[in-house]
Design a protein. Structure first.
Length: 113
């Protein structure tokens, strides 16, 4: 059995410059947890695989393609591969969400200027 505690996982170096931690990273899938402080956001980007986001804590705005919606805890959002997406925390509290990528990406994420 392998057990991992989020608080014990190192913060990854990413282009987003936010608290992002890998919980699960195998040849088949990747599961990460991202925390956005108030006022933080991700950079718009395109992921080469389908992504599921699950909001663990707080509320934020998710943008997928031309759709933008506020979501809160205990909500799952699906984002198809090869479509621009982004997250924004415009609230006064932390926003924490899980990112599930299946299959594990074999190409790099592309960032949009």
């Amino acid at each position: 059995m392998i057990i991992r505690k989020l608080s014990e996982m190192p913060i990854m170096e990413t282009a987003h410059n936010v608290d992002a931690r890998n919980l699960y990273n195998t040849e088949h899938a990747v599961i990460s947890v991202i925390t956005l402080n108030p006022g933080q956001s991700l950079k718009k980007h395109i992921t080469p695989v389908d992504v599921a986001f699950y909001v663990l804590k707080g509320k934020g705005i998710v943008e997928i393609g031309k759709e933008k919606q506020e979501v809160d805890a205990n909500t799952l959002i699906e984002s198809p591969k090869d479509i621009v997406h982004c997250w924004y925390n415009e609230s006064d509290e932390e926003l924490t969400f899980m990112v599930i990528k299946v299959p594990r990406p074999s190409r790099e994420t592309r960032f949009i200027s």
